[in-house]
Write a new protein. Structure first.
Length: 345
């Protein structure tokens, strides 16, 4: 049987996390897959760990010289021989039916630009379902819902065609949000598919080491979020979005960008950023359009609250939302909503 999907796991010096991610890929009920682990020159026990596993679907690559994340991602894309690809970070993991369900949807709807599944976001010991959409929706409907906070796409739950990633080329040097950079451009090509079952797990906040996207420069983060929104709007204009819809989407894009900035202040504080450093960035960030009272309160809380309390607030909000969420409900639009993750490690 010709493999249809590659589950690629880029890793670097995180052997303690890799085992769970790898075993979740090996536990897939689908047989027509490839599992590719790409070690970016690790110096810990990664190679010893990989030596423990032998499976006909498993391929192992070791790079003797460590390269940047963008270069590592491009090298992985170039090595893929299957039509479809999932990039699974070494601290994320899958449910056993992930591959079977996404391949089924791809076969039913070959016109899809990309697809994603339901995902559980983990904040320390709290679990929160990400927001999902219908099984098939147009690019316009998907992006309108995304910027309204009603869709959340995690890279660990996102399946694309490998050739689309190769055609886009390496992640540009001036882009931090690799995952969103790729799926926004691909998603404008056609309808988006969704398997609403919660088949993927995203580590948003870990007790022993947080998601690295949390400590990125706040101003640059905001500028990139705004740029991505502008690029999406340009693509929607090309698709013929109507004037009323355009106004509504543009408004939501502004709100999304400023919520994302406020969140980044919070993540920065949790990651160790000082109040003084945050205060110096407040005025430049307030120049972004789209601030709401909710986002301003969130920004103020990020600066005023002690780091430990900020973390407890985020985890508590995720836990509360997780207890009353279901797959079709928007993700936490408060303190832990609108997260953006990095491309391949």
């Amino acid at each position: 049987m010709t493999p249809r999907l590659t589950i690629a796991i880029p890793t670097y010096n995180r052997a303690t996390l890799l085992r769970k991610s790898l075993e979740s890929a090996l536990a897939q009920t689908a047989s027509d897959i490839v599992i590719l682990v790409s070690d970016n020159g690790s110096t810990d026990g990664t190679q010893a760990l990989l030596a423990e596993y032998s499976d006909s679907r498993l391929q192992k690559i070791r790079r003797e010289v460590t390269v940047s994340r963008a270069e590592h991602g491009a090298l992985i894309y170039a090595a893929i021989e299957t039509e479809f690809l999932l990039i699974l970070s070494d601290d994320d993991w899958l449910e056993p039916d992930f591959a079977r369900e996404v391949i089924k949807l791809c076969d039913e709807h070959p016109e899809l630009s990309f697809l994603y599944t339901g995902c559980i976001e983990h904040y320390d010991d709290a679990e929160m379902p990400a927001a999902v959409g219908p099984r098939i929706e147009s690019s316009l409907d998907f992006f309108a819902a995304h910027y309204a906070g009603q869709r959340q796409v995690s890279w660990c739950a996102c399946v694309t065609r490998a050739r689309d990633l190769r055609d886009l080329g390496p992640q540009p040097a001036d882009r931090m949000m690799g995952d969103m950079y790729f799926w926004t451009k691909i998603g404008l090509k056609g309808p988006i598919g969704c398997v609403s079952r919660r088949l993927s797990h995203y580590s948003a906040l870990r007790p022993a080491g947080d998601n690295e996207s949390r400590s990125l420069p706040i101003l640059a983060w905001g500028a990139e979020a705004r740029l991505l929104a502008e690029e999406v709007m340009h693509g929607l204009d090309a698709l013929g979005v109507g004037p009323e819809a355009r106004v509504a989407i543009a408004r939501d894009m502004g709100h999304y960008t400023t919520r994302s900035i406020a969140n980044q202040f919070l993540w920065g504080r949790i990651s160790g950023m000082s109040r003084a450093a945050c205060l110096r960035l407040v005025w430049p960030c307030l120049k972004f359009k789209g601030w709401t009272a909710e986002a301003l309160v969130r920004l103020a809380a990020a600066i005023i609250l002690p780091r430990a309390m900020s973390r407890k607030l985020v985890v508590g909000a995720a836990r509360k939302k997780g207890m009353r969420s279901h797959p079709a409900t928007p993700g936490l639009s408060g303190l832990v909503g609108d997260r953006l993750e990095l491309n391949a490690r």
